[in-house]
Design a protein around this ligand. Structure first.
Ligand SMILES: Nc1nc2c(ncn2[C@@H]2O[C@H](COP(=O)(O)OP(=O)(O)O)[C@@H](O)[C@H]2O)c(=O)[nH]1
Ligand SMILES: [Mg+2]
Length: 283
């Protein structure tokens, strides 16, 4: 998730101080960033991605961006050694959004690859110890129980360089693998929208469309009623609200178009899209 401390983690583990780190609820990683370092005598590359539930990017845009990178990596036979999934322990509730993100994550990764995942909690310096330990227990026994049953490991990250390195070291000796999404798109020739992760997005988009439609219809009716009562201030406020709803609807429709257009995107177009967004490798 955005704001969980991904870029900060990579900055700690690589010693790079020039990475863009977000502040507050907004995020800074708008593109995919690969940062190379030496760890345990090996060259290790960290791939930093924008997270789901981003302030500026929709989940569709984030998934598409990740898919562009993964398809390009697949074409060059670049495999992953592991995934570090960060979750801020200071989050006092696991929202509907966070649960959906976990589903997306599982479908993107594939069950058989979950043994190469370290579920990591960050931000232990916030809140009281008692609260955090309670939440940690809840994550392990409830929200992460399926992932852990498939072999995902768990670790606390205390925010230090040593802790970040120790977590990364848990993965460096793994047998490199392709994510489920890469296998589906690469050898399976599936369009993004037909992959397990893509389908999850498509279902969500159609649910959102229905919700927008219902809300717009309700608002229109209210607007007509208020116009008849000649309450100018109320009409202006409602119109404002109606316009915002229309914009939300347009965004959902644009995301749907994006997924449909992605189905006919070539590898060259994916690589161009990555470069246009500022994909960078930092050595
Ligand atoms: N208190 C605290 N803040 C952190 C920690 N790690 C990251 N942050 C802050 O959380 C915000 C989001 O971090 P960032 O690395 O950009 O998250 P990303 O969106 O997952 O890449 C930034 O303001 C960081 O300075 C931590 O361990 N403790
Ligand atoms: Mg970031």
């Amino acid at each position: 998730m955005t704001g969980s401390g991904k870029t900060t983690f990579i900055s700690k583990v690589t010693g790079r101080t020039d990475l863009k780190i977000g502040y507050g609820l907004t995020s800074c990683t708008q593109e995919i960033q690969v940062v190379e370092t030496m760890l345990d005598g090996r060259t290790v590359r960290f791939v930093d991605t924008p997270g789901f539930s981003d302030t500026y990017l929709s989940d569709t845009e984030v998934l598409e961006m990740i898919a562009d990178y993964l398809a390009a990596a697949y074409s060059q036979e670049i495999r992953l050694s592991g995934i570090i999934y960060l979750h801020p322990i200071s989050d006092n509730r696991v929202t509907h959004h966070a649960t959906r993100n976990l589903d997306m994550f599982r479908k993107l990764t594939g069950e058989k690859n979950l043994k190469n995942v370290v579920l990591t909690t960050s931000m232990w310096d916030k809140d009281t110890e008692e609260e955090r330990v309670k939440r940690e227990q809840e994550l392990k026994t409830k929200f992460w129980s399926v992932l852990m049953a498939f072999g995902a490991k768990y670790s606390r990250h205390d925010g230090t360089e040593g802790s970040a390195k120790q977590i990364a070291s848990m993965l460096v000796k793994n047998k490199p693998f392709y994510l489920q999404l890469q296998e589906e798109m690469g050898s399976g020739n599936k369009a993004l929208k037909d992959t397990a992760a893509g389908k999850e997005i498509m279902v969500e988009l159609s649910r959102m469309k229905e919700q927008h439609q219902a809300e717009l219809a309700g608002m229109k009716e209210m607007l007509l009623r208020t116009s008849a009562e000649e309450n100018k201030a109320a009409v202006a406020a409602l119109e404002q609200h109606y316009k915002k709803m229309l914009r939300d609807m347009e965004r959902t429709l644009a995301d749907e178009r994006r997924m449909n257009e992605d189905a006919v995107k070539s590898l060259t177009e994916r690589i161009n899209a990555l470069e246009k967004r500022g994909f960078c490798t930092i050595m």
